[in-house]
Design a protein. Structure first.
Length: 115
């Protein structure tokens, strides 16, 4: 690690660290539990880096949630449409059965008239 002196302070040249997505998610999870300030200090991160990760993963998670919600809505809509078709068939069958019974009653009793 390279170091240089400035007045009475030794300043360490920062090395760029690489975090995997799993590590980033773990740090974000820790921040939810322990607080942002504590976690960024423990991991020596700047708030801007933390905020960028949070925005990236929240948006990614949000788009996944939106996709899941859309798929669920489509599935529910399809199920409702199928149920609606079944109910329409039942009503049509009942209407035909009523018509058939009316015709049978008219045949048996010519004076029968449905109100």
């Amino acid at each position: 690690m390279n170091a240089y002196h400035h007045s009475n302070y030794i300043i360490m040249a920062s090395q760029k660290r690489k975090f995997t997505d799993e590590q980033k998610l773990e740090i974000l999870r820790q921040a939810n539990e322990m607080g942002i300030i504590t976690v960024i200090r423990n991991h020596n991160l700047s708030y801007s880096v933390f905020a960028r990760w949070r925005e990236k993963f929240v948006k990614k998670d949000q788009s996944k949630q939106d996709s899941i919600s859309r798929n669920k809505a489509r599935s529910e809509f399809k199920q409702i449409m199928e149920e609606n078709s079944q109910l329409k068939r039942i009503i049509a069958d009942q209407a035909l059965e009523l018509k058939r019974k009316d015709e049978e009653l008219k045949r048996i009793n010519p004076s029968y008239s449905r109100r």
